[in-house]
Design a protein around this ligand. Sequence first.
Ligand SMILES: Nc1ncnc2c1ncn2[C@@H]1O[C@H](COP(=O)(O)OP(=O)(O)O)[C@@H](O)[C@H]1O
Ligand SMILES: [Mg+2]
Length: 314
Amino acid sequence: MFKFTTPAKLNKAGVIGMNRRNVELIAQNNPRRLYPLVDDKLKTKQVTQGVGIAVPAMIGVVRTQHHVGQLGEFLSDLKGFVIKPSKGSGGKGILVITGRDGEDFVKPSGSCVTLKELQHHVSSTLSGLYSLGGNPDVAMIETLVEFSDVFEGFSYEGVPDVRVILFRGYPVMAMTRLSTRESDGKANLHQGAVGLGIDIATGRSLKAVQHGKPIEHHPDTGRKLSELKVPYWETLLNLTSRCYDVTGLGYLGADIVLDKNLGPLLLELNARPGLAIQIANGMGMRPRLSLIESQRGIERNAEERVAYAMEAFG
Ligand SMILES: Nc1ncnc2c1ncn2[C@@H]1O[C@H](COP(=O)(O)OP(=O)(O)O)[C@@H](O)[C@H]1O
Ligand SMILES: [Mg+2]
C-alpha cells in the first residue's frame, strides 16, 4: 500500500494523475467523434440494447413542454421509476422515485415530491439545467432497478453501481459505489457515496473510501464492507467488455447495476471516467495499462479479454 503524499510518490506508485489521464489515456484512446454516443444516455441505450446488451427498460422520453403537461396521466399507474437528463453526469438531475403516497411521489429518503415539483424538475431538464454545457436536453424515464439482495446493508436507500474501467476492452479495475444517506439514492462519489474497490479476479471487495478517506463500515448501516462479493462477476465483466466493441472507445468507464431479477444491467458509459477508483483499489492503474499495452496486436473477443484480465489481475 502507498500513501497519497506528493505527486512524485504517486507517480512512482503507478497512480495515474489528471494530466496523464487527459493527455495519454483519453486523447490517445478516445477519438472525439465517438463521444456523442456515450455523452447521450438515450443514444447509449439504443446502441447497446441493439446488440443485446442488457439495460434498464425505457418507460418514456419527455421531449417537449407539451409532454410535461401530460406527465400526470402518463405516470399515474407507475410506482417506481427514475427520471434522468439524457446528457447529464455525476448524478445531477436524477430523480429516483420508489413509490407513491396518494398523488405524491416518494423518494428513497421517504420525502415526497408533488406532481408540480416533478414537472418543474422535468422542465428544467429540458431547458438544459443539468446537461453538459447547458444545452437543451430530453428527460428519460426508466424503470426503477430493484437491487439485488446481496447489497442489503451495503447500500443505504439506493441502488449501488459497479464501475468497471476498460482499457481496449480489457477490464483493468473495478469498484462498487454504495449510496449513503448523504447521496440520496444515487451512487455518485462526490455526492457522498462510498467507493469500494473490487478484485477483478473474484468480484470480492478490497478497500473502501468515502470523500477520499478510508473507511471500513458503511457510514449509515454499519455493515462491514470487506464482506461484499459481487455475484455474476464474470457475466458482469463480459457485458462491460462488449461495450468496447460497440463504442470503439479505448479508455472507458462502464456503470453496471445488479437487478434482483434481471442480473447485471448497463446503466451508462463514460469516456472520461474519474481516477478515484485507484484509491478504492489501493493501487495505481499504470502497471495494468502497460500489461494490456503489451497485448496489442493479439486478437481477443470480449470473453477472452475478460478471461485474460481475471487471470492477470488476480
Ligand atoms: N433506473 C435506475 N434505477 C435505480 N437507480 C438508478 C437508476 N438510474 C440511475 N440510478 C441511480 O443514480 C445514479 C446515477 O445514474 P447514472 O445513470 O449513472 O447517471 P450519471 O451520469 O448522472 O452518473 C446511479 O449510480 C444509481 O445509483
Ligand atoms: Mg453514473
